[in-house]
Design a protein around this ligand. Structure first.
Ligand SMILES: [Zn+2]
Length: 337
């Protein structure tokens, strides 16, 4: 299989500093206090300032970086790819500081509100109940309960209004046409941005070079099939020219869209094969975790990602009628058909 090409293999912006990708486009790498230790933000020149793509997590260290950056960079508006806290985290704060408008798809804006408010099954308790149904033990469930609504902590202020983005909408940023490409399976209505004249795709979390995008089932849509939606969504990037430079939210900018899509398809196919083999006897999602992930998942944050992604693969295989769900005493087990 051909390999990805990394044009910035030897250079990284210092944490909290910018690096020019090309005239008018800057890469801003912000720290994250997780196993995944950074998120990439992008700045596109427009007028006498910069259109900001994503904002970083609400965290004092990042606010300090912003306060320093804002002395030399005027922001004109903020476009947020999706509702996860490392992307939208400081949108409310930046709006308060600068009065700049938030541009976002409707699915992401409403999803942000629902998770922050914990309304209906967007509440942490509903996620815990879904994990219990999928066989998670009480120790892990209690740890998740104790953690509470971490989403709210990473994202305390939501701008009260937004400018709605639509799939396929073309917006002008600094004299260049950028097309919104909506994607599903990772978040509600994730927006990637593609500029044909510059040959750039800002992929957000939909196409990452070295880690596979998290694909979660959420408690508000427990029988959903996000893995199918994700695999369908990334097909759209195949239509873009192969020399397109992809700017991902994590990892380094890369060239090789089709290669990366091939790798991701093979990865999920392999995970499905492993699950089917392990489900020769009925097992819960929780019992299947060691088959799906090579590392031991002890961290509470990671266990949430792992469970929701295991359920996504099970729902996918169930919809393909390759697995059968058996419910007993309020617990679901899956068995190969
Ligand atoms: Zn994300």
């Amino acid at each position: 299989m051909p390999e990805l090409h990394y044009p910035f293999e030897r250079t990284l912006p210092e944490s909290g500093d910018t690096l020019e990708i090309m005239p008018g486009i800057k890469w801003l790498r912000m720290p994250l206090p997780f196993a995944l230790n950074h998120v990439n933000l992008w700045m596109i020149a427009e007028g006498d300032g910069w259109c900001q793509i994503d904002t970083g997590l609400t965290w004092d260290a990042i606010k300090d970086i912003w306060l320093k950056l804002l002395k030399t960079h005027k922001l004109t508006r903020q476009i947020v790819t999706h509702y996860h806290p490392d992307h939208i985290g400081l949108a409310g704060w930046l709006e308060q500081q600068l009065g700049i408008e938030l541009w976002m798809t409707q699915g992401e804006y409403l999803g942000a509100q629902a998770f922050a408010d914990g309304s209906g099954n967007f509440h942490v308790d509903a996620m815990i109940e879904m994990f219990r149904y999928h066989g998670m033990d009480w120790k892990r469930l209690d740890a998740l309960k104790l953690r509470g609504n971490v989403y709210r902590a990473g994202f305390p202020v939501i701008p009260s209004t937004y400018h709605r983005l639509f799939d396929n909408q073309v917006i002008d940023i600094g004299g260049n046409a950028w097309r919104v490409i909506a994607g599903y399976g990772h978040a509600m209505e994730h927006a990637s941005l593609y500029c044909e004249s510059l040959g750039i795709l800002i992929s957000g979390d939909m196409l990452l070079p070295s880690i596979s995008t998290n694909i979660p089932v959420i408690a508000a849509n427990p029988r959903g099939n996000p893995l199918k939606h994700f695999l369908d969504s990334i097909q759209r990037y195949r239509e873009l020219p192969q020399n397109t430079l992809v700017l991902p939210s994590h990892g380094r900018p890369f060239v090789g869209i089709n290669t990366r899509i091939d790798q991701l398809e093979a990865h999920h196919q392999n995970r499905c094969d492993v699950l089917l083999a392990a489900a020769a006897e009925p097992r819960t999602a929780s019992e299947l975790l060691p088959f799906l992930f090579d590392r031991d998942i002890t961290d509470t944050h990671q266990s949430m990602f792992a469970m929701s992604e295991a359920i996504a693969h099970l729902n996918y295989l169930e919809e393909q009628k390759r697995l059968k769900r058996v419910e007993e005493n309020g617990i679901a087990r899956f068995c190969a058909m």
